[in-house]
Ligand binder design. Sequence first.
Ligand code: SAH
Length: 203
Amino acid sequence: MVAEQIQARGVSDPAVLAAMREVPRHLFVEEALGEKAYTNGPLPIGEGQTISQPYIVALMSELLDLKPGMRVLEIGTGSGYQAAILAHMGAEVYTVERVKNLFYSARKRFADLRLFSIRLKLGDGTMGWPEEAPFERIMVTAGGPNVPGPLVDQLADPGRLVIPVGRSRRFQRLVVVVKQGGVLEERDEGGVSFVDLIGEHGW
Ligand code: SAH
């Protein structure tokens, strides 16, 4: 998976590649799908949601420009796979999920895998996690109509946020927002397709 789908497509950050070799993706999908866990595509995780394809997880992790020890907020815990990758990269992960069943199964997975550096919250992630802000890095793994204001407010300075943004549902641009010296800069990293970011500052 790492050699054929991720390195071949240009992701080269050694920390990302190491984390993706270490985290067993099959433990984040339903047992019946286990065989497909290392193929190049998104997979259903229940509740109409999906775990992103491995390449996109790797790309977003690389774009985050993460250093060990950083505080990272992830919106859209889903299966917990992306959070586990960030934890393996040495981040202190805070992750928010709005769907109860997904929240509970991710919490169980983190405990089973002894990923104690990940903290979870059930709620609307478009509001961020104000009690734990600021965050040096923020990653949103669902697509919304624009960048939620509370997330920009809770981003540290300097800080970096990665989010799929699209005026129409289903197709988005992967946007990197860099905050530095009070100034925000946005970069477009190409087209992506994520499930909806639903909430106060989402759809
Ligand atoms: N990062 C996940 C991808 C899950 S798909 C993984 O690695 O498996 C996106 C997730 O975002 C879904 O679980 C969906 O329920 C969740 N989501 C959508 N809107 C949200 C919101 N406002 N707050 C928190 N989670 C949200």
